[in-house]
Design a protein around this ligand. Sequence first.
Ligand code: GLA
Length: 387
Amino acid sequence: MLKKLINDFKEKFGLGEIKTFFAPGRVNLIGEHTDYNGGHVFPCALSFGTYGVVRPRKDKKLRFYSNNFEEVGVIEVDLENLVYDERDHWANYPKGVIKIFKDSGYDLKTGFDMLVFGNIPNGAGLSSSASVELLTSVILKELYKIEIEMIEMVKISQKAENEFIGVNCGIMDQFAIGMGKKDRAMLLDCNTLEYIYAPVELGDASIIIANTNVRRGLADSNYNERREECERALGELQTVLNIKSLGDLTIEEFEKNKELIKNKIDRKRARHAVYENQRTIEAVEKLECGNIQRFGQLMNESHISLRDDYEVTGIELDTMVRLAWNETGVIGARMTGAGFGGCTVNIVKNKNIDSFIKNIGEKYKDEIGLTADFYVASIGDGARELI
Ligand code: GLA
């Protein structure tokens, strides 16, 4: 595939010395809507993602082309004039990252040409946008020989999403995509950014991602609303408790103090954030000692909490998960990512994968009227130059 991309690059931008890069997508195994609440998350990088072919230029032009959006054509912007512009479509992601690099004091003197192709399904909640952001970050590091740690690139990429794109996301996606390691998931404490890698050893089972093929259209506005609800709840708890985030609370502390949160909805949101954080910590402990069954149960509980307390699921995700729970060989199933559409993540016994895909595909089509897609996930490394 890389060969084809290099040829496509040459066709679009002409000959010259090129470099190639890759940034993965991500799937979160457990710990949803906890990152911006100062809790834990447990994502991993996927082996599919976004490829980039790049060549430096001598002038200050930046030219972008995506094989995923051929109709958009080549987008050309000036390195000295990086502002969000709807007409620049997907190129706002690399533009944002370049802008934040510059604002952070990194000296980028000349532009470059960049062709990308992603095999992450778009809008499926597997972080295609964070993938483009980290891809751009590693490109800048290598092209301009910048001394910069991956964790800094993760933060810059998140800042680009928050400030340039205007989506108030937490740090999970950029972290997973930047710091990912083959066959490992990362338990990240989003309060301190401390993390450990945990081997994902599932015995005779695999991770199956099921795509509802409903784009998470509503997600952004609801996402910001959830953040506000949690911030309000935190503010009320802070009138009495000395805490920095909901992630600081144990379940006991929350239960003792929850009446401080006056609004019932805000209280439910906070309950999810606190319980999900504790669930995530327990899930990783269980995985580390080989108790996959309990890990799966915690995934199921996570979904129920996202459905009933956090209310970010919706009929398609709930149907997909319910069908999975009723299927033979399923150890755990839940929605993954921001919610409202996108994907579910399932742990399924290897011998039942075929029937899982067939049965759920049929029943989902019957009930919802859409064709689902299924991917057997393999956990890959984080964003990097390809040599
Ligand atoms: C999106 C955001 C992440 C995180 C998840 C929910 O993917 O980008 O920061 O909040 O939703 O867990």
